[in-house]
Ligand binder design. Structure first.
Ligand code: ADP
Ligand code: MG
Length: 397
């Protein structure tokens, strides 16, 4: 068991809380704010116990550069509204702007630091950057389960520079729920994997194959598998450098007796836009031409729904298609409904997947909606998360 924020003495302390505010930004404002709301219990706990609260998060992938469109400023206003109290925004996460924001704040105040990833030191886990962050606080709380699979300055490096560290309430709840699942999942164990980030997920896929009975693949990820089978993929998202990796995955699945399922039909269109002409085709149909595959087809949806309904444990990460556009949302909504109605122990993770179950209106029928996408999958695949390993264990004296 990890030490949690409840084990810290927070009165009169400056606490730096690493949160996961990596939320979708739509037209300069926060889209789905699930991740912000998920961090509120920890923030409120720290405030109620007399701490000066400084919040740090990344947003998107600015790759160590200041990218104005990835500012956390809109998150500060949303957070302020959710908490119904002012939130000071520091225009940089380290250096004078950060030091000034924190030193002019009082106990019971909240400071939100600008995007951590505007500095290359964050992702490089640079000790100098870790020390700069640490200088803003007396103690550290990690509530960013969604970033715990990355060994970065704000999730790992910083711990060495502060007198005490602990898991936040969200982090410890995630570890509890997912830990229960990891221990002894009821079978059949069905995993559903989709979304766009093929590269990030292939490795996870391999780990999951050691645990699950069935793996359903959808979303853009499917097209790299199709490419390997020489199916026509048109202009669909294919990661050419990973084509061989999918063949290895298929072999591992075969050797372990895991059912690895791919779509058999899909929805193709010539533009990624609402109102575009679209058509449903078999995945082997050359008629796709130069068009792109944007959703699983109705036959695949029905087959996946049937397999999901047989599961006793169901884990889902990654939409089946471009669900943000209604024309390409059917597959994802159908899978969301199947998961919700399965009667199984169900876990959904990932920012866009959460947005999808919210769109389907079934979030309250899911056993555990995890704020982590990659992190929850890596955890379920049996990997130790660096951000969790860095936190001290609870020692009973
Ligand atoms: P999560 O945030 O749940 O971990 P990802 O970020 O990996 O999920 O993927 C979500 C994105 O994948 C969505 O924005 C969706 O539009 C996109 N996507 C799904 N299927 C396709 C597809 N066939 N082609 C292009 N993009 C897709
Ligand atoms: Mg995403």
């Amino acid at each position: 068991m990890k030490k949690t924020i409840r084990d810290l003495d927070l009165a009169g302390k400056r606490v730096l809380i690493r949160v996961d505010f990596n939320v979708p930004i739509v037209d300069g404002d926060v889209g789905d704010d699930t991740r912000i709301r998920a961090s509120l219990p920890t923030i409120r706990y720290a405030l109620e116990h007399g701490a000066l609260v400084t919040l740090a998060s990344h947003l998107g992938r600015p790759k160590g550069q200041h990218k104005p469109e990835l500012t956390l400023a809109p998150v500060a206003s949303r957070l302020s509204r959710l908490l119904d109290r002012p939130v000071r925004f520091a225009p940089d996460c380290v250096g004078d702007p950060a030091l000034e924001a924190v030193s002019s704040a009082a106990f019971g105040d909240i400071v939100l630091l600008e995007n951590l990833r505007f500095h290359p030191g964050e992702e490089a886990n640079d000790p100098t950057f870790s020390r700069q962050l640490a200088s803003l606080a007396d103690c550290y709380v990690n509530d960013a389960f969604g970033a715990a699979h990355r060994a970065h300055a704000s999730t790992v490096g910083i711990v060495a520079f502060l007198e005490s560290a602990a898991a936040g309430l969200l982090m410890s709840e995630e570890l509890q729920h997912l830990g229960a699942l990891l221990g002894k999942p009821e079978r059949p164990f069905v995993a559903i994997l989709g979304g766009s980030k093929v590269s990030g997920k292939l490795e996870v896929l391999e780990n999951l194959l050691e645990r699950v009975d069935t793996l359903l693949v959808g979303g853009a990820m499917a097209y790299t598998f199709f490419k390997a089978r020489n199916y026509p993929t048109g202009t669909s998202l294919v990661e050419s450098d990973l084509v061989d990796a999918t063949l290895r995955i298929e072999k591992i699945a075969h050797d372990r007796g895991v059912g690895l399922e791919l779509p058999t039909d899909h929805v193709v269109a010539d533009r990624l836009e609402g109102g575009a002409d679209f058509e449903t085709l078999d995945v082997t149909d050359e008629a796709i031409g130069g068009r792109m595959g944007l959703d699983i087809g109705p036959r695949t949806s029905a087959r996946y729904a049937d397999m999901i309904s047989r599961g006793r444990t169901v884990v889902w990460n990654g939409p089946m298609g471009v669900f943000e556009i209604d024309e390409f949302a059917h597959g994802t909504l159908s899978v969301a409904n199947a998961v919700a109605s399965s009667g199984a122990m169900t876990v959904i993770g990932g920012g866009d997947s959460i947005a999808a179950v919210n769109k389907a209106g079934v979030a309250n029928r899911i056993t555990h909606v995890s704020t982590g996408g990659g992190a929850s999958l890596e955890f379920l695949g049996g990997r130790t998360l660096p951000g969790v390993a860095a936190l001290p264990d609870l020692t009973v004296t």
